[in-house]
Every structure is written in C-alpha cells, then in structure tokens.
Design a protein around this ligand. Structure first.
Ligand code: PHE
Length: 460
C-alpha cells in the first residue's frame, strides 16, 4: 500500500543527538509547569516518592520497550505494529497514540502559548511593581481573554511545524542539541535563588517530607499519569524516536539516561518553585497557574531579575518546543509512511488538525466555558484524559506486546544489539514487562478510577 521509501529514511546522526532529542521530548512543560502543581495538589513529598518509584519500576522499562519496538521496526507507531504483528489488532495501540498526539498537543500548545505571552511581558517589563494579587488577576484575565492566547498558540504551533518539517537530523536533532544544555544551566541558577529566599525550608519540607496520610487511589493514579506524561511514554513518541536510533546505540543506557535527566529536572523545578510558593504565601494547590504567578514574584525580588525572567521564559518555551516537536513527529511520521504523503503535506495536515482542536481548548478557558462537562472544561478534560488514561493504557499494551508477543529472543537481540552488548539486567527487564508493569498499571488505573471502591477514587 504505502510507497514511502524506507531505504532512505532519515535518522539521528549521533548518540548525543539521540539523548538530546529524547530528553528534549521528556523534559518540558510536564516538568516545570505540570509537576509542581500536580505534586502540590497531591500532597508534595508523598507524591514525589511514589512518582520516583513509578519512574524506576515502570517508566524506564516502558521507555525501553518503546525503543525496542521502534528500532526493530524502523517505522511510525502504527506501521511498527503492522510490521511486527501483521493481521492483528495491535496497530490499534498505534492509532491510540496518534489520537493522544492530538489531545496532548491541543492543551499543551495552549500552555506553550502562555509562555510566549509571559516572555513578551518579561521583555516589556510587564511584571514590575505587581503584587501577588495583581499577578493572579492578570493571569486569570489573560488566559480567559480569547484572542491573545489564541494568537500565541498558533505562533507556537507554527514554530513546531517548522522544525518538524525540516526533519530529524537537520531539524529535531540540531535544535535540541543546543537548547537542552542551556535549560539545565538556567534551572540550576533559579534553584540557587529560590533556596536563598527567606522561608525556603518550608517549601523544601513540603516537597521532600512524605506525609502518607495524603495518599489515596487517585493520588497514586496522578503519580502514574505524571510519570508517563513526563517521560513522554505510552503514546508512541519514543517508538517514533526509537525508529531513528542507530543500530549501534545502547537502548537500555539511553532509556536510563533520559529518565534520570527528566526526573532531575522535575525535582529541580520543584526546588525552584516550592520555596517561593511558601515564601510568598501562595497555596501549593494553585493548579495550572502556579508557575505563572510564583516565578514572576521571585523575579521581582531578585537582583538581575529582569534578565533572569527573560531567560527563564525563553527556556520554558524551548522546553515546551522540544516536546511539541516530538509529539507532532508521531502524527507526521504516520501520515508520511502509512498514507504516503510528503513530509510537507503530512506536517501541514497534522498541524492544522491539532490547531483546530487546540483553539477549542484555549477558548474553553474563558470565552466558551460550556465546552466541557462535570465541572471540567475542555482543557482540563484533554489534560486528564491524555495523562491519566491514554498514556497508562498505551504503556500497558506496549509492555504486553514486547513482553508476550514480540518473542524473547527478538527482544534480547534488540536490547543487546544482536549480542554485541552484554545486558546484565535483561531478565529483570523481561520479568518487569511481563508481570510487574502490566499488573501495577492495571491496578493503579482501575483503582484510581475508583472502580474498586477501596479508596476515595476520583475524577479521572
Ligand atoms: N514529556 C513532555 C513534558 O514533560 C510531554 C509529552 C508527553 C511529550 C507525551 C510527548 C509525549 O512536557
């Protein structure tokens, strides 16, 4: 059916390029914007502990499984399942991934657009002299205003589409390699400032001291959802990136490096944000607005704050961009390879579809509040649906596929580069993806949805 020329497929050019791109995908708004407020809403330290547990026990194995599928098949997620499991229903997982690409990018570009507005405000000195109440009001008014957030969202989508259109080596790899190291330096700088604020210790206690009374089924599901979202797993992003990884690279090491980098940045973001949250008396459960209010407050108090706030919002936008390109690439690779479209046409079609859904998402924050149900607007629904339903479900089927369907020898051949690498933990990996990960995901998932009625389960 497809006439795509697979012998001429683009790929990453270097090991560092692979790590930069995959870490670029993982590290994003999920770490700096979402992690602090989800942790804040779900008990801080106790949440962090469960979150890290999930990254190690489930996240890394799922990520490796995605790399295994992708590199084995050298295809987009739908094509990969078609190739590895012909005439079966497994490609449906690939289709769920494409759907998730749309739902994730719709709300993600809304927030990414906010970062551009805040960058603009930072440059034009727009936070100067503002009190906490001013910042809260202004943020609320801005996100509900309709036109401005929409314009920024479209601008962001155009940037994303432009890089994806340029391809893997000359687009994604080239930009992530420059942008990711820069991000690390700035985050560390911000942590130093936050830690020297009066009252910083209270924020650190909140972030690191576990209070187990806060834990229930829903908190555990949120931790699982956040770990999947933050690692970019469960929807085929890393199947797609895996398909561009050279046969010589070490997949296990790549998965571990990317997961460590991702967790580190989430913790650093927590260290940069919670001390300020407590120092300025903001509630840690402030929700999606958290970083947009606390950070400008820190910057106002900071020597050289003008400079740092500009750099920070540039980097927040960059972190978001290196993630949005990875999500868009999933849909573009699918259209190009399975429906035989040119890269240009695939990029235009996928971006246009996503932008339309994204526009409704942004409008649901203000002008069209009726877009939603059960007290949640479309933005909240797409966010929760993606992180807490699509990604864990996708991850569940991915580990089942690699653990039970692909064949142990194929899997071991792929992670050891056909026997060239000695992978000491291969049996542990196999045991986890066959038993522990699927059972854990299924239990957390059902329990979090309140289906066992044991805990006070919750909203998605
Ligand atoms: N991991 C990205 C972040 O933390 C978001 C993402 C989710 C990207 C799923 C790709 C796939 O911002």
């Amino acid at each position: 059916m497809a006439k795509f020329d697979f012998s001429n497929r683009d790929s990453f050019g270097s090991k560092i390029g692979v790590i930069a791109a995959a870490a670029g995908s993982a590290i994003g708004l999920g770490n700096i914007w979402r992690f602090p407020y989800v942790a804040g809403e779900n008990g801080g330290g106790a949440f962090l502990l469960i979150y890290i547990g999930f990254i190690i026990m489930i996240g890394v194995p799922v990520m490796l499984s995605e790399f295994v599928i992708g590199r084995r098949a050298q295809r987009n997620p739908v094509g990969a399942f078609r190739l590895l499991a012909p005439k079966s229903r497994w490609p449906l997982i690939g289709f769920m991934g494409i759907t998730a690409a749309f739902t994730i990018l719709a709300f993600y570009t809304t927030v990414a657009g906010w970062t551009l507005e805040y960058l603009y405000l930072a440059v034009s000195n727009g936070f100067q002299g503002q009190s906490k109440a001013d910042l809260q009001n202004n943020f609320g008014e801005f996100v509900a205003s309709g036109t401005r957030p929409l314009v920024w969202q479209v601008v962001f989508m155009l940037l994303t589409a432009w890089i994806v259109f340029k391809g893997i080596k000359n687009g994604i790899e080239k930009y992530t390699k420059i942008l990711m190291p820069l991000l690390l330096v700035i985050i560390v700088g911000l942590c130093v400032r936050a830690l020297t604020l009066p009252g910083a210790s209270e924020g650190l206690i909140f972030l690191f001291k576990p209070d187990f009374s806060k834990i229930n089924g829903n908190v555990v599901l949120q931790a699982l959802g956040q770990s999947f979202f933050s690692l970019s797993i469960g929807m085929g992003t890393l199947i797609t990136y895996g398909s561009y990884i050279s046969k010589k690279d070490n997949l296990g090491l790549t998965a571990v490096s990317v997961s460590v980098a991702d967790s580190l940045i989430a913790i650093l973001a927590g260290i940069a944000i919670f001390p300020a949250v407590f120092a300025f008396n903001i509630t840690p459960e402030a929700g999606p607005s958290l970083v947009f209010i606390t950070l400008p407050l820190i910057f106002e108090q900071m020597p050289g704050g003008y400079f740092f706030e500009i750099i920070f919002f540039v980097l927040l936008a960059i972190a978001a961009l290196t993630s949005t390109i990875s999500v868009l690439e999933v849909a573009v690779a699918y259209l190009a390879e399975e429906l035989d479209m040119s890269r240009k046409k695939s990029t235009i079609i996928a971006s246009t579809g996503i932008t339309i859904l994204g526009i409704f998402c942004t409008l649901s924050m203000g002008p069209l509040p009726e877009l939603g149900f059960g007290g949640m607007n479309l933005f909240d629904i797409l966010e929760k649906l993606s992180a807490n339903i699509f990604l864990p479900l996708g991850g569940l089927f991915i580990v089942l596929f690699v653990g039970w369907k692909m064949g142990k020898n194929n899997v071991f051949a792929e992670i050891s580069n056909d026997g060239l690498l000695k992978v000491r933990l291969k049996w542990v990996y196999l045991f986890i993806i066959r038993f522990i990960a699927p059972i854990a995901i299924a239990l957390v998932f059902l329990n979090g949805l309140g289906l066992f009625g044991v805990f006070s389960g919750g909203d998605l």
